[in-house]
Design a protein around this ligand. Structure first.
Ligand SMILES: [Zn+2]
Ligand SMILES: [Zn+2]
Length: 365
């Protein structure tokens, strides 16, 4: 089967033929129909970050189940499924407490070193699957715990976005921050994941949803997804602009950028008792200075967000239902569809302000 392989850190993506094993135990084989480009894959491809090439990345997968291992009980051949990077054992204390995103033994979902690799080059050399998925490929072999079944009416390119973008963005709002109806929300950085936070804030019943970005094209998309107000930070000082809209500050500020200046602006935007949620990772080296007394006197908190504190088995079907009911406009998130061989170009186009999410839907070319 065709897959797009990272053969060297920083070496980009190359389409080649790979061998995939047959499913065993709780493994599921999927014919991939759509695979989204998430910025984390680009970071992994450029830095390695714990993985060593050759590797197949891609963790926003939607497709059809074509074979299952003998112990699979959560999906069946013919089901439409969405894959997610959350790997959970289902047995540790965080898993049993409902916090599967914080599982202590994600490796329990993978094959052991004594077993043949799931994915190999044609010469038999093992190939790493990013997050146990390896979604930049015509087929994926993964553990059933990483999959959620979705209705067949949902188009694959929209379903793919649920696997990371929606779980992270909408999950930050609904699960991590638990935004209540009537509260105010600021989303800084209206790229693909930030737009999902806007959609989540609509579902939460937020009274004001203010999107902040440097690109007018992204702000336009944010309005399309339900932002009530937008601030173009290339034209105006964002903290003052926010205070003009919400004089008392915002109840919840979500930072999808992750650079120091933006984190500090986010803190300045908070209402008394408000929370700042850190989702964007910047270049991974961001540090901030905190005036602790200032934070305490305004009763503020800073919370880091991992995968939107999501439970993929609950949340992916929920967002799918909301999309089919017309309450989340997933179609507006998918701005471009590409072929497997166009991943490098697809990532370049994500830097363009007019592009939200890029999804691979052609696995032949
Ligand atoms: Zn992602
Ligand atoms: Zn666990």
């Amino acid at each position: 089967m065709k897959a797009s392989v990272v053969n060297a850190v920083g070496g980009g993506f190359t389409v080649q033929e790979l061998q995939l094993a047959q499913p065993q135990g709780r493994e599921v084989l999927i014919q991939v129909r759509a695979s989204g480009l998430c910025h984390s894959d680009l970071t992994l491809a450029e830095t390695g970050f714990g993985y060593s090439p050759p590797m197949v990345l891609g963790h926003e997968v939607a497709g059809v189940v074509i074979a299952v291992g003998e112990q699979v009980s959560e999906c069946a051949v013919g089901d439409h499924v969405v894959g997610c990077l959350i790997q959970f054992c289902g047995r540790c204390v965080p898993c049993l407490s409902g916090h599967t995103h914080a599982c202590l033994h994600p490796e329990a979902t993978l094959r052991g070193p004594d077993q043949p690799a799931r994915l190999c080059c044609s010469d038999g050399q093992p190939v790493e699957q990013g997050f146990g998925l390896g979604g930049f490929a015509a087929q994926v072999l993964t553990h059933e715990s990483q999959l959620a079944v979705v209705p067949k009416a949902l188009p694959f390119e929209q379903a793919a976005v649920l696997g990371c973008g929606m779980l992270t963005g909408a999950g930050a709002v609904l699960n991590t921050a638990k935004v209540r109806h009537g509260e105010s929300v600021v989303v800084i950085g209206a790229g693909g994941v930030g737009l999902c936070a806007v959609a989540g804030a609509v579902l939460a019943g937020a009274s004001r949803i203010v999107a902040v970005d440097l690109a007018e094209g992204k702000l336009q998309r944010a309005r399309g997804l339900g932002a009530t107000d937008t601030i173009d930070a290339s034209q105006t000082e964002p903290v003052q602009a926010l205070k003009a809209l919400l004089p008392g500050g915002a109840d919840h500020v979500f930072d999808f950028v992750g650079v120091r200046a933006v984190v500090e602006q986010g803190l300045q935007m908070l209402a008394k008792g408000g929370g700042l949620y850190l989702v964007g990772i910047g270049d991974g080296t961001t540090r901030i200075d905190l005036h602790t007394l200032g934070m305490m006197s305004n009763h503020n908190r800073i919370v880091s967000v991992y995968m939107g504190s999501s439970n993929l088995k609950r949340d992916i079907p929920f967002y799918a239902q909301m999309a089919l009911a017309g309450r989340v406009n997933l179609a507006a998130l998918v701005s471009r569809q590409i072929a497997l061989s166009q991943i490098d170009e697809g990532f370049r186009s994500l830097k363009d302000g007019s592009t939200a999410r890029v999804v691979i839907t052609d696995f032949e070319h």
